[in-house]
Structures are given as C-alpha cells and as structure tokens.
Design a protein around this ligand. Structure first.
Ligand code: GDP
Length: 337
C-alpha cells in the first residue's frame, strides 16, 4: 500500500466475513484510525444473557483469540458449562463455550447496571487489548425476523437452530423505526477526517441491511465526503460461508457479485465495488451501474490475504476520492492531504 494511504476508515461489518477484512484493516491502519461498526440485529437474549454474535466475532478476531475453524467463538475453547447444562436438561442448541460465556456474563452484568451496549463493548475491547474502535450500530434493540415458507423465525432460530434450511421470502427488522444509530457512528460517517467508508464482505441482507436501515444512515452515506466502497461476499456465484447465496436465489436475485452491487446501488449508496478475480467478467456490468470496480483476489485465507485486500481496498477508495470530493464540494487534495 502506498504512503499517501487515506486514513480514518469506517467499516460496516457483520460477523465472519466482516471480521476478516476488519482484521486486515487493523493491521494496515494506525489503531486510532479504524472504526468498525457492527450489526446488532442478530443479538438475542439467551439463558438470561445478552449475546451479540457479530460484535463478539469482530472483537475476538481483532484480539487474535477467535476460533478460525468454526468462524465463531474463541480458540482453545472448553465446553464444561454446556455439558453440565445438557445434563440438567437445559437448552443447548446455541453453543456457548466456557471462555465465550465470560464475555456474555460481563456484558449482561454491565447492561443490567445501566451501561449502554457501546460502553459495555468499549470495556470488553479495552480488556482484550483492541486498538480499533468497535461500535454497535445502535444502543437500542433491533431484531431481525426472517420471513420463511414455514412462517416467521427469529434470526438465531433460523440461523443456528434450523441451520438456515427454511427458504426465505424476506426480512423484517423489529425495532428499526425507533432505534437510533449509535451517535459516534453517525458522526464518523460525516467527519471530514474519515477518508473511506467500507462495507465489508458481509451478508447483505442480514448483516449490512440492518445497519443501513437505521434512521439517517443511508442519507449519511450518500452525503459523506468519503467514498463508500463495498467488497463482494459472493465469489464465483457462491458465498464462502453462510446463507448469503442461498438467500439471493430464494429471493429471485441473480447469485452474482453484480447482484450484490445492484442491491446496494439501487439505493445509490456506492462509489466503488470490489470483486474477485473469478468474477472479472462482471466488472463491465457493475461499471454500467455507475460503480467503478476493482478486480482482485478477495478470498481471505491467510493473514497476508487480509492485509493485502485491506490495503488494496483503501488504495482504491483513495483513488475514488476525487469523485466524492466533487460531490462534497471539497477538493481532493484538501480531503486526502
Ligand atoms: P456472519 O454474520 O457471521 O454471517 O458474517 P458476515 O455477514 O460478516 O459474513 C458472511 C459473509 O462473509 C458470507 O456471505 C461469505 O461469503 C463472506 N465471506 C467470508 N469469508 C470471506 C472472504 O474471505 N472473502 C470474501 N470476499 N467474503 C467472505
């Protein structure tokens, strides 16, 4: 990545795919230059505890303690709690490891004491030694309801208990009308020091759309001086993990990177899009939507992959700055000095 790298980046993230890019960004940017905003519409209360799967995946990944095999939870996990719970006839469909449990216990304790989710997250991040700022999208509850052929399902029942099997016909985000976007999130979008807003390669429907649906977020993205660049979670017509491709097919969309670009650009949100080499043939289709497209390797297997994609995406965003400078009425040199 070159030296004139734009700094101060806001990354919108779900869990696994988002956390991979966030880790890359955290390694190519100074710690105080990265804000990761996490979806909280997957959050739920279980066994008396508040569980925030996307926040936890991002925190564990940035702290270097994530379980790379499962994609969720912590490495070196033990399962005594779940075994004992099973013995008592308790609910074990949601896998809670012993180490992971400590996070939920502490967070729930702070929330019960009247702290906000932002404050609880900040305390967890400090304890885990995370330099980047990790924010929940909102301190107010928003809950994804998955509309399926067999009726409505809460997100974790769809995702974990039913293993994403029911065919989806749509989504509803309960609480979205009254939830306020986290204040520092909105101001970071508008901050002149923010040089790139990245939409991570997360599930467009259940990880990114809840963040976008918060009051004022889409307007802020369209108004932002910084370019908005999304990375495709669909590669070669498939998702690397999770139900994104299956959802696209069930919703009658083409299961392509271009389909993801169109999903965002229908709302005029994008200044740039990043697709995999495997999908190079779709670049012209995406450019026809008015979205400059970077074609590169986007599969993040190693740490080096994460760093390279983060660096290339930031460089791409910097190159798009001129266009956004016109939009914001500021000159590029001023914005990227
Ligand atoms: P979840 O909340 O844990 O499901 O995580 P996300 O929504 O953040 O991520 C799910 C998406 O990440 C899936 O659609 C995957 O295809 C995508 N994904 C996972 N790993 C990679 C990767 O290495 N590269 C890209 N481009 N996408 C990825």
């Amino acid at each position: 990545m070159n030296e004139a790298l734009p700094i101060h980046c806001v990354a919108l993230s779900g869990g696994v795919g988002g956390a991979k890019l966030a880790l890359g960004l955290s390694r190519v940017l100074p710690g105080d230059a990265l804000t990761v905003v996490c979806n909280t519409a997957d959050d739920f209360d279980h066994l008396g505890l508040r569980i925030c799967p996307d926040l936890d995946t991002v925190m564990y990944t940035l702290a270097g303690i994530s379980n790379r095999v499962t994609g969720w939870g912590q490495a070196h996990e033990t399962w005594s709690f779940l075994e004992a719970l099973s013995h008592l006839g308790g609910e074990t469909w949601f896998r809670l490891g012993d180490r992971d449990l400590a996070t939920h216990v502490e967070r729930s304790r702070w929330l019960r004491a009247g702290e906000t989710l932002t404050e609880a997250t900040d305390a967890l991040c400090r304890a885990l030694g995370i330099a980047a700022r990790v924010l929940p999208m909102s301190d107010d509850p928003v809950r994804t309801i998955v509309l399926t052929e067999t009726g409505e399902l809460s997100f974790q029942h769809y995702f974990v208990r039913d293993a994403c099997e029911p065919a989806v016909s749509g989504f509803r985000f309960d609480g979205i009308d009254t939830a306020r976007p986290q204040a520092a999130f909105l101001s970071a979008l508008e901050d002149q020091a923010t040089r790139a807003i990245l939409v991570c390669p997360s599930n467009p429907f259940v990880s990114v759309d809840p963040v976008l649906a918060l009051d004022g977020v889409e307007e802020a993205l369209r108004r932002a001086a910084a370019p908005v660049v999304a990375v495709s979670p669909i590669i070669g017509g498939a998702a690397i993990k999770g139900p994104a491709a299956k959802m696209m097919a069930e919703l009658g969309m083409p299961v392509t990177a271009a389909g993801v670009a169109r999903h965002y650009q229908e709302r005029d949100l994008l200044d740039g899009f990043v697709i995999d080499d495997a999908d190079a043939g779709q670049a012209a289709e995406i450019e026809d939507l008015g979205v400059p497209t970077l074609v590169t390797g986007t599969v993040m297997e190693t740490l080096a992959d994460r760093e390279r994609l983060a660096g290339e995406t930031m460089d791409f965003a910097r190159g798009l700055g001129a266009r956004c400078g016109d939009r914001a009425g500021t000159s590029p040199p001023e914005r990227f000095a």
